[in-house]
Design a protein around this ligand. Structure first.
Ligand code: B1M
Length: 211
């Protein structure tokens, strides 16, 4: 059985070697990689966020925990991506302008690849014009934006406006997500769909793909 408490403690305290060991142990015990992610690595980052909110953690601790989490994700990555197969559709993805949080976006990207999508990942702090250029050149079915800060959510609206101004809005479905993003915000800015998590993003993208 997977020891999620050990895994969470290792992430929270930023112990890379212990995260690798606990992740590998869980897999060796036959645990599904998705479960290791959902019950070990992701909840650990929620605890880190709570500690940051109550000033128990500061930026360095958040960074150290993020690095430890990424060590666990690196082990899960080939297993999560393995379900892939022939590309079903193309996605341009990025974290919006002014926002450096990329762990959630990377997970969405990874799960999309696992779900059979071809993904062009623009990274973090992506300006609206870069999204527009990528939509013009790559001609994806979807452009997906991630934001983790209430302040940077507004860059999602700017990007939708930039797509409209470039005459590209009706050429692509726009999807938004990230902790502060809601369905209501999605509707307000005229995006096509909101997903609360990586699995939701894959499911909705599949539903909307032309057959
Ligand atoms: Co920052 N940070 N951070 N941070 N950080 C938060 C987001 C915060 C909630 C912490 C807190 O106060 N409790 C808070 C935001 C408050 C707010 O705006 N409401 C915050 C703050 C304030 C800041 C700074 C401003 C701190 C400062 O400098 N004073 C600063 C901003 C820097 C910047 O971006 N310009 C900052 C910096 C950082 C680090 C660099 C230290 C680091 C990021 C490292 C990295 O990403 N490479 C960091 C971290 C690690 C966090 C927390 C602790 C964890 C984020 C994370 O990786 N979660 C976070 C607290 C928290 O979220 N609990 C926090 C795990 C990840 C798997 O979840 O990203 O939500 P998440 O992604 C999920 C879903 O949201 C969804 O699917 C993912 C997987 O299921 N999803 C999508 C995400 N994108 C999607 C796109 C889609 C669909 C679904 O498209 C369709």
């Amino acid at each position: 059985m997977a020891d999620y408490e050990a895994l969470k403690t290792a992430v929270i305290s930023g112990k890379v070697a212990q995260v690798k060991e606990a992740t590998q142990k869980a897999l060796d015990a036959g645990t599904n990689p998705q479960e290791v992610l959902d019950q070990g690595l992701i909840p650990a980052m929620d605890i880190v966020g709570a500690k940051f909110s109550c000033h128990e953690f500061y930026i360095p601790e958040m960074l150290i925990a993020a690095r430890a989490m990424q060590a666990g994700i690196a082990i899960l990555k080939p297993l999560l991506a393995a379900q892939g197969g022939k590309p079903r559709g193309k996605v341009v993805i990025g974290t919006v302008k002014g926002d450096l949080h990329d762990i959630g976006k990377n997970l969405v990207s990874l799960m999309l690849q696992g779900g059979g999508f071809e993904v062009l990942d623009l990274g973090a702090d992506v300006k609206p014009e870069r999204f527009v250029d990528a939509v013009k050149t790559a001609q994806p079915h979807f452009v997906m934006m991630s934001a983790l800060l209430t302040t940077t959510m507004l860059a999602m609206k700017e990007t939708v406006e930039a797509l409209k101004a470039a005459g590209m809005r009706d050429k692509v479905k726009v999807a938004v997500g990230g902790a502060p993003v809601t369905q209501r915000f999605c509707d307000e800015i005229g995006a096509d769909f909101y997903a609360a998590n990586a699995t939701g993003a894959v499911t909705k993208a599949r539903e909307l793909l032309p057959v």
